[in-house]
Design a protein around this ligand. Structure first.
Ligand SMILES: [Fe+2]
Ligand SMILES: [Fe+2]
Length: 265
């Protein structure tokens, strides 16, 4: 089994220091194999906020896959926003150039969905390929294939969206050939999981959203992160939320895959 600590929406600049200290304690206790951070490291993509986010992340002792979110693109600086939307992110996270991790049980690949336009829904680069042969071209047959991205398949609410703006549809389309098993996402500041994607039942991807780990930008939910336990054809999501000065488990859900189809256990 492998365990991923799935953190999201840190929003340095709006961090609750008590929550941050408790998160560190809980990570020490849980001792994951990998930390996946699904974007919004900062509140407004300022230099100071990136410095603080980086100081926090490099203090963690575990392997890491980090991707940017829409808040890591400057919002109020139109020159920086369009000329170098991820300039500061790349400058501060040059130590994380390849958001990629693999071992004999799982392969975890980060993709950036943060763009100067499509700010809320996200977008994808022209290619999501890790190499010309695809994101998971060298994954073994029993390797769990996991994408980390800030935005997910799920639009914020049901609505008609022109195809060009339909992140959910475009992402599903682009990932169809990649066939990830799991998507780890954030952005909504809510902890929930669902099966999503195009195609047949066997094309459905287990999409796991994390709440905001440490920021005070709460959306009627506590601060939370996910511990994702990965086994062959089985995933368990342990949502750990901040209550009474500590993080503890508030929900545990397992999904089992039979015949290529994910089902809640
Ligand atoms: Fe966020
Ligand atoms: Fe976001």
């Amino acid at each position: 089994m492998r365990t991923i600590a799935h953190l999201s929406d840190l929003h340095f600049g709006r961090v609750n220091d008590r929550v941050l200290a408790s998160l560190l304690d809980d990570l020490e206790t849980c001792n994951p194999d990998l930390i996946a951070v699904s974007g919004d490291l900062t509140q407004r993509a300022s230099r100071k906020q990136f410095e603080d986010a980086k100081a926090f992340l490099i203090s963690l002792a575990w392997p890491m896959v980090v991707v940017p979110g829409n808040h890591d693109v400057p919002l109020l600086n139109p020159v920086g926003r369009f000329a170098k939307p991820l300039g500061r992110y790349k400058h501060h996270f040059s130590g994380f150039p390849d958001p990629y991790y693999t071992d004999d049980k799982m392969m975890v690949v980060g993709i950036s969905t943060a763009r100067p336009i499509f700010w809320r829904t996200g977008s994808l680069p022209p290619s999501v390929k890790r190499t010309s042969q695809g994101l998971f071209y060298d994954a073994g047959p029993d390797t769990m294939k996991i994408v980390v991205a800030h935005h997910s398949f799920m639009p914020p609410q049901k609505r008609r969206i022109p195809l060009a703006f339909d992140m959910a549809g475009r992402m599903a389309h682009l990932l169809r050939n990649e066939k990830p098993d799991i998507l780890l996402a954030g952005h909504f500041h809510k902890s929930f999981h669902c099966l999503a994607g195009p195609d047949s039942e066997t094309g459905k991807i287990l999409v796991i959203h994390a709440g905001t780990a440490v920021s005070n930008r709460l959306r009627k939910e506590q601060n939370a992160f996910n511990l994702v336990h990965v086994e062959k054809n089985r995933v368990t999501v342990d949502v750990r939320a901040f209550n009474n000065d500590i993080f503890n488990s508030i929900a545990i859900n397992s999904f089992v895959r039979r015949g290529g189809v994910w089902n809640p256990e």
